[in-house]
Design a protein around this ligand. Structure first.
Ligand code: NAD
Length: 264
């Protein structure tokens, strides 16, 4: 294979359908010669993921619910058997109960707080731990975060708290794996209409507001997140670790949005 990812093998976790951010990343990596394996959450998703895998020549598909230790062990056993070593891992997984992605954060239950943290935060560390022994020097790990980690965003609630913890874990993992020349970064993507995002109450308002306020005057695309991921996962970013890279059409730099129509 030719391209920026030629000779590199890795796992992409979190393709649910053709709108998934993980799918945008998969296409960008495959296009540059990466050898990719997919993991998907459960049998119900298999029939959606299989045709996508076939489209870009992915032949290794493993079922892996990250709340299940045995499933994570099995995923890396399969990859070890197939590849021996690997070069990248993409974690594009998040979950919280829909009922708590609306209204006031203060109403978060202990149960959903723990569930959200486990699936959306701890799982990245859990898979990094299992992948560690297999990762070649020069490897790169990537997760996905959102601006709601840093600032209040209506309805994002416990997910914002989880993303803040995820961003902190990127820094701790980058420290721990750095001596082995393994890099760890996150992309903070602008809002995109995906299955997971549709669970957040008022997503349309969020998309509209960001489109108006962002310097580029539009929302980011799945392809643009894919290209940024390609940079971070390839040797182009060999000096970059522990970072949260915004891919949000610049939305994060705006301190006060003036609506041109209202101002006129
Ligand atoms: P998506 O619904 O396509 O992907 C979410 C994935 O998480 C799905 O593949 C789902 O199967 C997986 N998942 C959930 N629980 C799981 C579990 N227990 N075990 C294994 N997998 C599980 O939506 P997406 O928007 O592509 O989300 C990918 C990542 O991007 C998430 O971390 C999300 O928070 C983040 N993100 C999304 C946006 C956005 O606006 N869409 C913005 C910034 C960050």
């Amino acid at each position: 294979a030719q391209g920026l990812m030629a000779g590199k093998k890795g796992l992409i976790m979190g393709v649910a359908n053709n709108r998934s951010i993980a799918w945008g990343i998969a296409k960008a990596l495959a296009d540059q010669g990466a050898e990719i394996a997919f993991s998907y959450q459960g049998e119900a998703l298999k029939k959606r993921v299989e045709p996508l895998a076939a489209e870009i020549g992915v032949t290794t598909l493993v079922e892996c619910d990250v709340s299940n230790d045995a499933a994570m062990d099995e995923t890396f056993r399969v990859l070890k058997e197939k590849w021996g070593t690997m070069d990248f891992l993409v974690h594009a997984i998040g979950f919280s109960n829909k009922e708590e992605l609306e209204g006031r954060y203060i109403n978060t239950s202990a149960e959903n707080f723990a569930l959200t943290m486990n699936i959306s935060v701890y799982s990245f560390t859990a898979v990094a731990k299992r992948a560690e022994a297999m990762l070649n020097p020069g490897s790169s790990l990537l997760t996905l975060t959102y601006y709601g980690a840093e600032k209040y965003v209506p309805n994002y609630n416990v997910m914002g708290v989880a993303k803040a913890a995820l961003e902190a874990s990127v820094r701790y993992l980058a420290h721990d794996l750095g001596p082995q020349n393994i890099r760890v970064n996150a992309i903070s993507a602008g809002a995109i209409k995906t299955l997971a995002a549709s669970g957040i109450s008022g997503l349309r308002t969020m998309l509209h507001f960001q489109e108006k306020a962002a310097p580029l005057k539009r929302n980011v695309t799945q392809e643009e997140v894919g290209s940024a991921a390609l940079y971070l996962l390839s040797d182009l970013a060999s000096g970059v670790t522990g970072q949260v890279q915004y891919v949000d059409c610049g939305f994060n730099i705006i301190g006060m949005h003036v609506d041109d129509e209202a101002a006129a």
